[in-house]
Design a protein around this ligand. Structure first.
Ligand SMILES: Nc1nc2c(c(=O)[nH]1)N[C@H]1C(S)=C(S)[C@@H](COP(=O)(O)OP(=O)(O)OC[C@H]3O[C@@H](n4cnc5c(=O)[nH]c(N)nc54)[C@H](O)[C@@H]3O)O[C@H]1N2
Ligand SMILES: Nc1nc2c(c(=O)[nH]1)N[C@H]1C(S)=C(S)[C@@H](COP(=O)(O)OP(=O)(O)OC[C@H]3O[C@@H](n4cnc5c(=O)[nH]c(N)nc54)[C@H](O)[C@@H]3O)O[C@H]1N2
Ligand code: SF4
Ligand SMILES: [Mo]
Length: 678
C-alpha cells in the first residue's frame, strides 16, 4: 500500500468494549503517530479512553511478535527459535492430520474469544475452518453466558434501549457495572441526563470510579442481586407503583411474579443483600416514581452461580414500571441482537461433518485438557489469553504443560499462554486489516479498511485460517475468498435492522445505524415465545429452571470466610495492555481491597502482603485496607500477566470452573477464600 505523508484516517477501536469507538488516526510516512477519537461519530463523538489514545505504543511495541516461532525448550521455559511460515504450516497441518487419523477431529480444540472484535477476525474464516475440520466445538460463554441467557428469558434477545436516547433519562440504576472504566460513552449520556435533572444510583460490591461519579452508591453483598430485584418488586407492587396498563398489554405472568415478590419483603432482602430495609424501600419508591427510568445492567453481577437469574430478575423491572418504548426508558444488558449479521453464511456451521460433535466449555479448559476423552491432542488459541483469563489456573496451566499436547497460539505478543505453545504465530493488529465491526451497546455497524501496511510477517486471523484451510486441502470455493467477499456474505441477511444495508454504503460513510423505529424493542415486537415480556417463562420450566425469578444463594461451599471478586481494571482490557509499561505504571500493582473491620480482626495493615487461598490454590497479594467493600468481601482489579512480573500470580488461580445457573456462563466472582497474613 502506498501512503501519502501525514494524513488523518478513520479507524475503529477493535477491543472487547461496548463503546466500539470510531477513531481518527494520524499517519506520517506510513507510521501511526497519534490515535484520537473521531468527532463525527454520532455516539462516540470524538472521546476515547486513555488505553487507546496510546494504542500506537502497542502496535510498535518492541515485544510485538513479527515472525513465527517454534518451541525449543521445555514448555513454559520461554525458549523459542524463529521459523518460516512454511515450516509452521507444515508442522501444524502434519500434526492436525495425525490427530485426526489417530483420535478423530474431535481431538482438536479451538480456543478463542474477542481479543479483536472484528467480525471476520473473531467469527469468520476461523469458524469456517474448525467447522470444516470437524473439531470439538467451543462454548464461548466466558463473558456474558449467564446474563444473556437470563435476559433472553425475560426479553427474548440481547436487545434493549437505544443508548442515544438515555440522555432523556430521569433516573438511572447502574447495576453491577463499572461504567466509568468499562463504557465511558454511557457515562457521557448519563452525565448529560443529570444536567437535566436525572439521579444516578450505583449498585455494586465495590466503591470504585463509577461510585464516585454517581449521585448515590449502594453497596451490596456479592451474588445477591436477584433478591434485591425481588425486594424492589415487592415494594413497587405493594405501593402500587407499577404500570397496570403496560403490564396487561405487554407482559405474561404478572400474577405468578407478584406472588413470588410477596415472599421478599424489605426486611428479608436486607438480611440477604446487606442493604438496609429503609434504603430498599426508598430505592423502590424513587425508581417507581421516576420516568423515564433506565437500568444499565453490568457484566459483573452475572459472573456468579446465580448470575443468569439475577439478570432475568432485574430485566423484569422496566416492564413492571412500563418504561419500555419511552425515550430514555428501559434497560441495556447488551444490544448485540440489533446488529446481527448472517452468521450461517459467515461461519458455515453446515460444513460440520457431524453436527453432534462434542462441545467443550471454555470455562472448563483445565478440566478439558486434563480429563477429556478422547483427549485434546491439538489446542489452537487465538484472540484469547487463557493462561490468565480462564478460571482455575492451576488446572489450566497443568493442562497446558502436558507433553503430548500440541499447542498453537496466534497473538501479537508473547502472552502467558504463548509460553506453553509449540508454535507461536504473529498476528496483525486490526489497523492492518479490512473488517466489519458491530457494537454490543450502540447501534452502528462500522467498516474498517487497513490504514497501515502489514508488519513483519504477521498474518490476520482471516488470512491464517484461509491459508491453513487451503493447505488442509479444503475447498477453494469456501476458503479462497477475500475479506470483502466475506463481508458481503455477512451483510446478505434478512434483518429489519440491517434493512438491506450494502457494502458500498458502509464504505462510503464508514458506518451505518441499525434501523429501529422506536427507542427499544417495545412495544409489540418481543422475540420471546409468547411475543410478550415473560415475567413467567414456560421455556425456563422446560429447561428445569424456576419459571419466575427467585433468589438462590451462590453454590461455592460455605466454610471460608471471604467472598472474592476479581474484576477487570481501568487501564487494561481483560489481560490486553497488561504488558504495556504505561498502563502497568498507572495500575501500579495488584491489590485486594479489604474492609477495615476485617483487617483489624486479623491484624492486617494497609500494604501488608497476604496469602489468599482455597481448595484450588493460593495467591500472594498486597492488601489495601479501605471501606470500599463490605465486611466479608475482597475485591481485586485487573487480569495481570505472570510473565514479566516476578512473583506475581494470576488471580484466576482461585476462581472455579463451575458453570452458572443458565447459559453455561463463568462464575469467576462466586469464589470463597481465606486470608493469611504473611
Ligand atoms: N477498562 C476496561 N474496560 C473494559 C474491560 C476491561 O477489562 N477494562 N473489559 C471489557 C469486557 S470484556 C467486559 S465484559 C466489560 C465488563 O464491564 P462491566 O459490565 O462493568 O463488568 P465488570 O467490570 O466485570 O463488573 C462490574 C462491577 O460489578 C461489580 N460486581 C461484582 N459482583 C457483583 C455482584 O454480585 N453484584 C453487583 N451488584 N455488582 C457486582 C464489580 O465490583 C464491578 O465494579 O467491560 C469491557 N470494558
Ligand atoms: N477473574 C476474572 N477473569 C475474567 C474476567 C474477570 O472479570 N475476572 N473477565 C472475563 C471476561 S468478561 C472476558 S470477555 C474474558 C476475556 O478474555 P480474553 O478474550 O482472553 O481477553 P484478553 O485477555 O484481552 O486476551 C485477548 C488476546 O487476543 C490477542 N489479540 C488481539 N487481537 C488479535 C488478533 O487480531 N488476532 C489474534 N490471534 N489475537 C489477537 C491479544 O493480544 C490478547 O492476548 O476474560 C474473562 N476472565
Ligand atoms: S477501549 Fe472502549 S472506550 Fe476505549 S477506545 Fe476502545 S471502544 Fe472506546
Ligand atoms: Mo467480557
Amino acid at each position: 500500500m502506498s501512503v501519502p505523508e501525514s494524513i488523518t484516517v478513520r479507524s475503529v477501536c477493535p477491543f472487547d468494549c461496548p463503546d466500539t469507538c470510531s477513531l481518527n488516526v494520524k499517519i506520517d510516512q506510513g507510521v501511526i503517530v497519534s490515535v484520537d477519537g473521531n468527532p463525527d461519530h454520532p455516539v462516540t463523538q470524538g472521546a476515547i479512553c486513555n488505553k487507546v489514545r496510546h494504542l500506537h505504543e502497542r502496535v510498535y511495541h518492541p515485544d510485538r511478535l513479527l515472525h513465527p516461532l517454534r518451541r525449543i525448550g521445555p514448555k513454559g521455559s520461554q525458549k523459542f527459535e524463529r521459523i518460516s511460515w512454511e515450516e509452521a504450516y507444515e508442522e501444524i497441518v502434519g500434526r492436525m492430520k495425525r490427530a485426526i487419523a489417530d483420535k478423530g477431529a474431535e481431538s482438536i480444540l479451538p480456543y478463542s474469544f474477542y481479543g479483536n472484535m472484528g467480525i471476520l477476525n473473531a467469527e469468520g474464516m476461523d469458524r469456517r475452518f474448525f467447522h470444516r475440520l470437524g473439531a470439538s466445538q467451543l462454548e464461548r460463554t466466558i463473558c456474558n453466558g449467564a446474563g444473556s441467557a437470563g435476559y433472553k428469558y425475560t426479553m427474548g434477545a440481547s436487545a434493549g434501549t437505544d443508548p442515544e436516547t438515555t440522555v432523556h433519562t430521569q433516573y438511572a440504576l447502574v447495576w453491577g457495572c463499572n461504567l466509568v472504566s468499562t463504557n465511558m460513552h454511557q457515562v457521557m449520556y448519563l452525565t448529560q441526563a443529570r444536567k437535566n435533572g436525572a439521579k444516578i444510583v450505583h449498585i455494586d460490591v465495590h466503591r470504585n470510579r463509577t461510585s464516585a461519579w454517581a449521585d448515590e452508591f449502594i453497596p451490596i453483598l456479592p451474588g445477591t442481586d436477584a433478591a434485591l430485584a425481588l425486594g424492589l418488586m415487592h415494594v413497587l407492587i405493594r405501593e402500587k407503583l407499577t404500570d397496570e396498563r403496560f403490564i396487561a398489554e405487554h407482559t405474561k405472568g404478572y400474577d405468578e411474579l407478584a406472588a413470588q415478590a410477596e415472599l421478599y419483603p424489605p426486611e428479608r432482602v436486607a438480611d440477604i443483600t446487606g442493604i438496609p430495609a429503609a434504603t430498599i424501600v426508598r430505592l423502590a419508591r424513587e425508581y417507581g416514581e421516576a420516568s423515564p427510568s433506565f437500568i444499565r445492567i453490568g457484566n459483573g453481577l452475572q459472573h456468579h452461580d446465580n448470575g443468569g437469574m439475577a439478570v432475568r430478575a432485574i430485566a423484569c423491572l422496566p416492564a413492571l414500571t412500563g418504561q419500555w418504548g419511552i425515550p430514555g426508558g428501559g434497560a441495556i444488558k447488551g444490544n448485540g441482537y440489533y446488529s446481527s449479521v448472517n452468521a450461517d453464511k459467515l461461519e458455515r456451521p453446515d460444513l460440520l461433518p457431524d453436527p453432534n460433535v462434542r462441545s467443550i466449555n471454555m470455562n472448563r479448559l483445565g478440566e478439558a485438557l486434563l480429563q477429556a476423552d478422547p483427549p485434546v491432542d491439538v489446542l489452537f488459541v487465538y484472540n484469547s489469553n487463557p493462561a490468565v483469563v480462564a478460571p482455575d489456573q492451576n488446572q489450566v496451566r497443568q493442562g497446558l504443560m502436558r507433553d503430548d499436547l500440541f499447542t498453537v497460539v496466534h497473538d501479537l505478543f508473547l502472552t502467558d499462554t504463548c509460553l506453553y505453545a509449540d508454535i507461536v504465530l504473529p498476528a496483525t493488529s486490526h489497523f492492518e486489516n479490512l473488517d466489519l465491526f458491530s457494537s454490543y451497546w450502540h447501534l452502528y455497524l462500522q467498516l474498517h479498511e487497513p490504514i497501515i501496511d502489514t508488519m513483519g510477517e504477521c498474518k490476520s486471523n482471516f488470512t491464517l485460517f484461509k491459508e491453513l484451510g487451503l493447505r488442509m486441502g479444503f475447498e477453494p470455493e469456501t476458503f479462497d475468498l477475500t475479506e470483502e467477499q466475506l463481508i458481503r456474505e455477512a451483510l446478505d441477511y434478512r434483518s429489519p435492522f440491517l434493512d438491506g444495508l450494502t457494502y458500498e454504503e458502509l464504505r462510503r460513510d464508514g458506518w451505518a445505524k441499525m434501523k429501529l423505529d422506536s427507542p427499544s424493542m417495545i412495544p409489540g415486537r418481543i422475540p420471546t415465545p409468547s411475543g410478550k415480556i415473560e415475567l413467567y417463562s414456560e421455556a425456563m420450566l422446560q429447561a428445569q429452571l424456576p419459571p419466575v425469578p427467585e433468589y438462590e444463594p451462590i453454590k461455592e461451599p460455605e466454610g471460608l470466610p471471604f467472598l472474592l471478586v476479581t474484576g477487570p481494571n481501568h487501564s487494561f482490557l481483560n489481560s490486553t495492555f497488561a504488558n504495556q509499561p504505561r498502563m502497568k505504571k498507572l495500575e501500579k500493582q495488584p491489590k485486594a481491597d479489604m474492609n477495615s473491620a476485617d483487617a483489624a480482626a486479623r491484624g492486617i495493615q494497609d500494604g501488608d502482603c497476604v496469602r489468599l487461598w482455597n481448595e484450588r490454590g493460593d495467591v500472594r497479594i498486597a492488601v489495601r485496607v479501605a471501606d470500599n467493600v463490605l465486611p466479608g468481601v475482597l475485591v481485586t482489579q485487573g487480569l495481570w500477566w505472570e510473565h514479566g512480573n516476578e512473583g506475581l500470580q494470576a488471580v484466576n488461580t482461585l476462581t472455579p470452573q463451575r458453570l452458572s445457573d443458565m447459559g453455561k456462563g463463568a462464575t469467576f466472582f462466586s469464589t470463597r477464600v481465606d486470608v493469611e497474613k504473611l
